[in-house]
Design a protein around this ligand. Structure first.
Ligand code: SF4
Length: 393
């Protein structure tokens, strides 16, 4: 009988012990004497208690476990969202202090030229630029934090490797032509599946201690779900993370496509889950709303094919300045703001955020940048002077 891939779960003990206990249930001998690269999710400048990033103590637990086994070297690398300085993100997220404690190197994935990888049998991308340091190690461990995602449903271990893409290559994944007639899913889901055909983690450790629900990956609320998952099977780890977040992995388009393309089982029963009675670790994450506007009454948001950087900027702007925007409402009583490359129609007087909306700039207030910073949006709005022929907004 063929044995099922093992997925190990532990919880209720905080970010460090959850991971220690999840790793204890696996045979880690394949990692002995290896060169290990840890890829957390530290894509944004935010403190550990925010739920934006992987908790540093979850990674500390991996490092301690690896040191006990005896590995050749350990490093931590990241290519954060566009506009974020990786070392600033590491510092704010508690990684600089943690890595120094263990003498582990922090790597800026964008510091060297990328390697261009061809995608075999592509859906949408024929090639992609991957950061070269990813290939300098024997083992790649993806360590995502559990978050819902406005564009992809959830972001977990497989999608976390989008942070191995070089600089603006991440943005390109959001700007690809929509081939609706060929593939009904979003281009981003197809692009992630193309990436997964050349790069999946050798091991995944999911940090489910403090995740993000609702308007993730950048505008949601922290949720204390207090679990960790460890597995050598990338799909198994993500399937069980979905389960513990109250999701069914088959509802997550990129996982469904990757399962079909890479022949990776996507049902819970396809895996040997330790412990079998994992139900006590389930926390229902609030799903992302279909429209951002639902969460901000009086604000009409158009988001058509934006990428995570602009979405993150918009969420920061709305959380900080959203309540002040009622004074800039248009004739329908709502403040209108738009992001993404696919904006085609908008009410006159709308605010257009990011270089992707440049073609709309004559219709309202345009804020350039890729992405712009939230304060620039605010300044552009409050300092905007209507021209003589323009109706006041
Ligand atoms: S302008 Fe915004 S949506 Fe467009 S590529 Fe830049 S960050 Fe992404």
């Amino acid at each position: 009988m063929i044995s099922k891939p093992i997925v190990s779960i532990a919880g209720k003990e905080g970010p460090f012990l959850n991971v220690i206990n999840a790793l204890k249930q696996l045979d880690l001998s394949p990692l002995k004497d290896k060169r290990i690269l840890i890829k957390p999710n530290v894509g944004r400048i935010a403190p550990p208690e925010s739920g934006y990033n992987t908790h540093p103590e979850a990674v500390a637990a991996i490092i301690e476990t690896l040191n006990e086994i005896g590995v050749e070297t350990i490093a931590i690398g990241e290519s954060p969202i566009v506009g974020v300085d990786v070392f600033e993100a590491f510092k704010r997220a508690g990684f600089t202090e943690m890595a120094a404690r263990y003498g582990v190197e922090l790597i800026d994935f964008n510091s060297k030229p990328p390697i261009v990888k061809n995608i075999p049998h592509p859906r949408i991308l024929t090639e992609t630029k991957v950061c070269q340091q990813v290939y300098d190690f024997d083992v790649l461990i993806s360590v995502p934090v559990t978050k819902t995602h406005m564009h992809t449903g959830v972001t977990l271990g497989i999608k976390n490797l989008k942070g191995c893409l070089y600089r603006h290559e991440k943005v390109r994944y959001h700007q690809l032509e929509y081939l609706k007639k060929v593939y009904p899913e979003k281009t981003l889901d197809s692009a992630i599946s193309d990436l997964a055909s050349i790069l999946t983690p050798d091991m995944t450790v999911v940090d489910g201690f403090l995740g993000m629900e609702g308007l993730g990956p950048s505008g949601g609320n922290p949720v204390n779900s207090n679990f960790a998952i460890a597995s050598f099977d990338p799909m198994g780890a993500d399937v069980m993370a979905c389960r513990l977040m109250g999701y069914d992995a088959e509802e997550v388009p990129h996982l469904k496509i990757i399962s079909e393309r890479n022949k990776m089982p996507i049902k819970v029963e396809d895996y040997e889950v330790l412990p079998a009675n994992y139900d006590e670790y389930i926390t229902q994450y609030q799903k992302p709303p279909t429209k951002i506007s639902v969460e901000f009454p009086g604000i009409e948001v158009q988001d058509v094919d934006s990428c995570s950087s602009c979405l993150s900027t918009l969420m920061m702007f709305l959380k900080r300045f959203g309540e002040d925007m009622s004074q800039y409402a248009l004739c329908d009583g709502k403040f209108h703001i738009a992001i993404g490359k696919g904006i085609e129609k908008a009410m006159d007087g709308s605010v257009f955020v990011g270089n992707c909306t440049r073609h709309m700039k004559d219709k309202g207030i345009y804020v350039k940048g890729c992405p712009p910073v939230p304060t620039r949006i605010y300044e552009a709005i409050v300092h905007h002077e209507p021209d003589k022929n323009e109706e006041p907004i």
